[in-house]
Design a protein around this ligand. Structure first.
Ligand code: PLP
Length: 577
């Protein structure tokens, strides 16, 4: 395609996008296709000859659009918002056109420098202390692809620092042995990416209980650390959450930070969704204790009108980050030669898109005032929805409604709430997903659309209410009961089938890894941990060469005649540390 055609098609596509946005509300929010639908509509082989752009667009309408879940739809209330706005789309378009790969300053100076500037802007907007900013000297921020990457990177930095410290005391102990002693913590409501980071990092991860406000507290962490130290483990990393995925609860940063500082533990804060609201001063009290935090992330691509991907990650100690992520041990000694930030050692990939451009476009187009207005409007609409739910005594709201998320359920019933959600989602009128909070099945109602309005919220509530009335009436008629329908509590027929809910629970949707996902992850991680710390457990040849498995009758010659069985486990697992 040459520039003449690009001009023509580009303009057509911009019109197509604007039409899509303007008419989105007329579509069904979720598609009605079955798995594998697309293979039936597209050829089995790639086209050998060039095709017309018009034909491609025809297939977008015929084959692609019918399989789209419309995340920008005014009736989409699932997960969290997927940030979007015209300035962001335009910024990304320009970034794609420039097409630079900004891994170092020299690879595209504006790409690196704009990123440091907008990271400092954003850091100031959310009230981060100066130590987290580039202009502060030792700290700074970088744009990553996702919150999961930020959490993983922070865990890897913490692991690197912990191993380095241990090595200074135990220089001859294998890294793998030291890693096997490390333990990290989060609340049980932390996003599964924290668990996953632990799994990738080959470290033990403990998920701790939350209080009645679904917050992880300092004394709970303190007790877990004490227990683990007694077992000979080494606590090294805590991931606290501001705005849990299931119910947008907030861990107590001040208490956790205090414990981490006393225990010399890296404290990361995952504020993937809620961090965006910190641009409003009325939410900045949630950062109380930030002085003791080592790193923090949030996703502008969730709630700041920026398209995926644009996850912001700050650290106080950028040298620690660089050291953990570089393969060149002398890097820090020579990096100051050009005094430029070099982002290639701040994350996992080498190649980096020019993501700062879309963020810069958005901040400048709306200004801080405009962005604050949008956040406040979403919070106001969530409160409106909470009032509507609370006014109907068949329903209850679980947890506090602080931001743009409301968790609610039919009183006293997991399986009825699950059935209700299923019917609503099948109707295609609204889309929401569930969560499990302390074994309570709740429906998460998230305010998502960029221009969500009061009418959308009232429509959503009306739809939910009508479907609930109909479903409860059908249930009642089955039981041939006289219990009144409208505005009556469902407790009277709180159900006998709650256990049915759990086996079918789709934890990938729910985000709450309390049950089978957690179980599976534990098994997998245990296996990984064994592989790291104890090669005997998976490699029989190692076992054989040590003569370990053969019992007291077989003495190991390679061990100088020592009875292998009489060696203490510390011989294999390292000395107590
Ligand atoms: N952390 C929290 C608190 C989240 O809510 C989510 C997703 O909703 C994530 C992490 C994962 O985000 P990402 O998809 O950017 O890795």
């Amino acid at each position: 395609m040459q520039s003449n055609e690009f001009r023509k098609r580009g303009k057509e596509l911009v019109d197509y996008i604007a039409d899509y946005m303007d008419t989105l509300h007329r579509r069904r929010v979720t598609p009605e296709v079955e798995p594998g639908y697309l293979a039936e509509l597209l050829p089995k082989e790639a086209p050998k000859k060039p095709e017309e752009f018009n034909d491609i667009m025809k297939d977008v309408d015929r084959a692609i659009m019918p399989g789209i879940t419309h995340w920008q739809h005014p009736n989409f209330h699932a997960y969290f918002p997927a940030g979007n706005s015209y300035p962001s789309i335009l910024g990304d378009m320009l970034s794609n056109a420039i097409g630079c790969i900004g891994f170092s300053w020299a690879a595209s100076p504006a790409c690196t420098e704009l990123e440091t500037i907008v990271m400092d802007w954003m850091g100031k907007m959310i009230g981060l202390p100066r130590e987290f900013l580039h202009e502060g000297g030792d700290g700074g921020g970088v744009i990553q692809g996702s919150a999961s990457e930020c959490v993983l990177v922070s865990l890897l930095v913490a692991r690197h620092l912990a191993i380095r410290q241990l090595k200074s005391r135990l220089p001859y102990t294998e890294d793998g042995i030291l890693v096997s002693k490390l333990v990290a913590y989060s609340s049980k409501l932390a996003h599964s990416c924290v668990e996953k980071a632990g799994m990738i990092g080959f470290v033990k991860m403990r998920q701790l209980d939350v209080d009645e406000n679904f917050a992880l507290r300092g004394h709970v962490l303190e007790r877990a650390i004490e227990e683990d130290r007694r077992l000979g483990l080494i606590p090294f990393f805590v991931s606290g959450t501001l705005g849990t995925t299931a119910c947008c609860s907030f861990d107590n940063l001040a208490e956790l930070g205090e414990v981490c500082a006393n225990e010399n533990i890296w404290f990361h804060v995952d504020a993937a969704y809620a961090g965006n609201a910190l641009i409003c001063p009325e939410f900045q009290h949630l950062l109380k204790g930030i002085e003791k935090v080592n790193s923090i992330n949030f996703n502008t691509n969730k709630w700041l009108q920026v398209n995926f991907d644009c996850s912001l990650f700050w650290v106080k100690d950028k040298d620690a980050l660089t050291m953990a992520m570089t393969v060149d041990p002398l890097y820090l000694q020579h990096k100051h030669s050009d005094r430029a930030i070099d982002f290639r050692h701040w994350g996992i990939p080498l190649s980096r898109r020019f993501r700062a451009l879309k963020l810069w476009f958005v901040i400048r187009t709306y200004g801080v005032d405009g962005l604050q207005h949008r956040i406040r409007e979403h919070c106001r609409l969530a409160k409106l929805f909470e009032t509507l739910v609370s006014g109907d005594n068949r329903f209850e709201v679980l947890g506090k409604v602080t931001m743009g998320l409301v968790c609610f359920r039919l009183k006293g019933s997991n399986s009825l709430t699950q059935k209700l959600l299923k019917i609503i989602n099948e109707s295609g009128k609204l889309h929401m997903v569930p969560a499990l909070i302390n074994e309570h099945y709740v429906i998460r109602f998230a305010i998502c659309a960029e221009s969500a309005s009061q009418e959308d919220i009232r429509f959503a509530w009306k739809t939910i209410s009508i479907i609930a009335t109909d479903m409860l009436a059908r249930k009642l008629s089955r039981f041939d009961s006289n219990i009144p329908l409208d505005n009556s509590s469902t407790e009277s027929f709180a159900d006998e089938e709650d256990d049915e809910v759990f086996p079918e629970f789709d934890n990938n949707i729910i985000f709450d890894n309390q049950r089978c996902n957690l179980q599976r992850a534990r098994l997998r991680r245990n296996l990984f941990l064994k592989m790291v710390s104890d090669p005997k457990s998976y490699n029989p040849r190692v076992l054989k060469s040590l003569n370990f498995e053969l019992g007291p009758r077989h003495r190991s010659k390679s061990l100088g005649g020592t009875d292998a069985m009489s060696l203490s486990p510390d011989f294999y697992f390292g000395t107590s540390i």
